[in-house]
Design a protein around this ligand. Structure first.
Ligand code: ATP
Ligand code: MG
Length: 663
């Protein structure tokens, strides 16, 4: 309902005043102030600021026009209705200049005056509403401005969180921003003590006295502690609660918001007024919570940064001190890291080379080519590099996801020298052994000629012969390995693999039959030509088939498959023998290595497979094995074909099953 409006009547005629009051103003519920002359009218108008004045022109002391004029001069704009007598319209015109709303000519009708009052008040009311609206607009505008300023402060604080790693600085800004946006007297940021988890200490503060800024609060009996436990903000804005909850110091109003990271409250951000009676509201809490989030992020960032710095420090010490040269480059071939060892091996300047192209840093072309060759994540590449000062390194190249690639070198100079010495030693010894062995064999054969030997003597002579044979084989194996490792050139010619393998099978026919082994074979009817050393290949496949025959018990089966796929020959030699334990598989191609399950019961020196591997690799082939203990073994070999016939395709076997076709 509209507030009761006040109307001032200034008229010296009692009749008109009463008429106005009784018939027009009272019935409409207006509050009426009455003046009986112009001067009183002026004073009452000044005092009461009525919504409307109904003023007679002819009055004692002061005319209505003079009254309006005076008010106008004083700046008091009160709407008025002027009552004039007939014939004084000119006065009304003057009065309009002074802002009267209407005039009525006496005598007037009730309706006439009613209409004039309605008109005058409507305008006044409209004006009032307008000025009210303007006031409200100005208010909300001011509020918006303030909100904007708050947002700017919060935004600036947020930005400093993401751009600054200086925790001290960020937390100080958070507290300052909290004070600024809440208009509080003081503020502080408390964190849980890492050692004493039941205590809070002040990490940053503004306007706190020195006693407060060095205080410690216990979680158990403090308001801040309550915030930590509940992870809910607390707003207090009267003095009554002072007694109930300890804030460690007396305040008039205070807001506490939790600082939460990873679902855990690690501290409290608070602002307070000690003197001023200014309460905080929900908006303050909201803005403070945002600032507390920033603080949490900053604390988290700082922790991550410190941890990663420490790790980095550790890592670079380890890398720096390790004797193995390490180089890391990114995908654009720019250096990320080269440790001391790498700097000295590659003769790099001792300055910060990060970001320099590896092509300008590494002079050794072999090393550079190795580093920059294509690599895949699942394939680590290894090579031997001969670098300055006759040093030989084994180099490993691997991809590091999201970083680039790393090259790690191991100095194997000594190992290489030892290996060379050993090979020379073996070559000399085996060669020198051959002559006495030839003599032994010669004399043993002569024994039979010089006179008949009895049964025992014949038996012994045969054993001597067998042993000499074994030693001779061993020596020739050793010599072969020596030659292969020394890289002595192969006698390259066209070799037909199916033909070669059939010949070897024929050579084993007697042994296969003696052990009653079943032979299954699928051998390509076509010629599969490879370019190779016939003698060496014969030796390699003989070793493999000999193993299959040797390690398969009587009445077992052996298989041979020779096929072609994508320009490669695939040879598979399978058996149903004793098998190889998975822990032995990585070693069986090593010299002299023999698996435990064959040590007793099977003769051998452990050289066969190392010859096989050397031969296959010298022919650019690959060999691998699948085996199951007690079930059998499959050796698979891939060799590049000389001519791609494009027929008889198959895939290499991945298990130990046998084939069905019989010989
Ligand atoms: P030799 O030098 O006389 O050939 P060897 O057969 O023991 O002796 P390798 O041919 O090098 O040596 O084989 C190494 C080891 O691999 C063997 O001792 C054996 O443990 C295992 N091995 C090789 N082939 C087979 C196979 N077909 N079945 C089971 N084990 C095998
Ligand atoms: Mg063997």
């Amino acid at each position: 309902m509209r507030q009761q409006e006040t109307i001032l009547i200034a008229d010296d005629s009692k009749g008109i005043r009463d008429f106005l009051i009784e018939y027009i103003l009272k019935p409409k519920g207006f509050q009426v102030i009455v003046a009986t002359n112009g001067r009183d009218g002026l004073n009452l108008a000044r005092k009461h600021h009525p919504q409307l004045m109904i003023v007679d022109n002819q009055m004692p002391y002061m005319t209505g026009l003079e009254l309006l004029q005076t008010l106008h001069q004083e700046g008091l704009r009160i709407p008025a209705i002027l009552m004039t007598a007939h014939g004084s319209e000119q006065i009304a015109i003057d009065a309009f200049r002074l802002g009267i709303r209407d005039y009525v000519i006496k005598p007037f009708l009730v309706e006439e005056m009613n209409a004039a009052i309605d008109r005058a008040l409507r305008e006044t009311r409209l004006e009032k509403e307008r000025s009210q609206l303007i006031q409200e607009l100005t208010n909300s505008n001011n509020e918006l401005k303030q909100r904007l300023q708050e947002l700017n402060t919060v935004y600036a604080t947020g930005k400093s969180v993401t751009t600054s790693l200086d925790l001290e600085e960020v937390l100080r800004r958070v507290v300052e921003a909290a004070i600024y946006v809440s208009g509080a007297e003081e503020g502080s940021l408390m964190l849980l003590d890492k050692e004493k988890e039941n205590e809070l200490y002040v990490r940053a503060s503004k306007n706190l006295d020195s006693a407060s800024s060095s205080m410690r609060l216990r979680i158990k009996d403090s308001l801040a502690g309550q915030v930590i436990n509940t992870r809910q903000p607390i707003v207090i804005d009267n003095n009554i609660i002072e007694q109930k909850i300890t804030t460690a110091y007396l305040v008039k109003s205070v807001v506490y918001v939790p600082i939460i990271t990873q679902d855990k409250a690690i501290g409290v951000l608070s602002v307070a007024n000690r003197r001023r009676e200014q309460p905080f509201n929900n908006r303050d809490t909201r803005v403070l919570s945002t600032l507390a989030d920033y603080a949490a992020i900053a604390i988290n960032n700082a922790e991550i940064f410190t941890n990663s710095e420490q790790e980095r420090g550790k890592l670079s010490t380890i890398l720096g001190q390790t004797n193995n040269p390490v180089i890391v480059i990114d995908d654009r071939e720019l250096l990320i890291l080269a440790n001391m060892a790498a700097q000295s091996v590659f003769n790099l300047p001792q300055t910060n080379l990060t970001g320099t192209s590896i092509r300008t840093l590494i002079q050794n072309p072999d090393a550079l080519n190795f580093m920059l060759q294509p690599v895949t994540p699942d394939l680590e590449r290894t090579t031997e590099l001969s670098l300055a000062d006759n040093l030989v390194f084994q180099a490993n190249l691997s991809l590091i996801e999201n970083v680039g690639r790393s090259i790690v070198l191991h100095n194997i100079t000594q190992l290489k020298e030892l290996d060379k010495l050993k090979s020379e030693f073996v070559a000399i010894v085996s060669h020198d052994l051959r002559s006495p062995l030839t003599a032994i064999l010669g004399y043993v054969e002569l024994l039979e000629r010089v006179g008949p030997l009895n049964e025992d003597q014949t038996e012994f002579v045969n054993r001597v012969k067998q042993s000499v044979d074994n030693i001779t084989n061993l020596i020739s194996d050793l010599l072969d390995i020596g030659r292969l490792e020394a890289g002595i050139a192969l006698d390259i010619e066209e070799c037909d693999l199916p033909n070669l393998l059939n010949t070897i099978l024929d050579e084993f026919a007697a042994r296969i039959e003696a052990k009653q082994l079943q032979l299954k074979q699928i051998v390509s009817p076509k010629r599969l030509l490879i370019s190779g050393d016939h003698k060496r290949l014969h030796q390699a496949f003989t070793n493999l088939i000999s193993n299959a025959v040797k390690y398969t018990p009587e009445k077992g089966a052996i298989g041979l498959q020779v096929t072609e796929m994508n320009g490669q020959a695939i040879v598979e030699i399978a058996d149903t023998g004793v098998g190889i334990a998975s822990e032995d598989i990585p070693h069986i191609f090593d010299k002299f290595y023999r698996a435990k399950n064959v040590l007793s019961g099977f003769e051998g020196t452990g050289l066969g497979l190392s010859i096989v591997k050397s031969v296959i690799e010298r022919h650019n082939g690959r060999i691998w094995v699948n085996s199951q203990m007690g079930k059998g073994t499959v050796f698979s070999i891939i060799l590049p074909l000389l001519i791609n016939t494009g027929e008889n395709k198959s895939t290499p076997t991945k298990n130990t099953k046998m084939w069905t076709k019989k010989r």
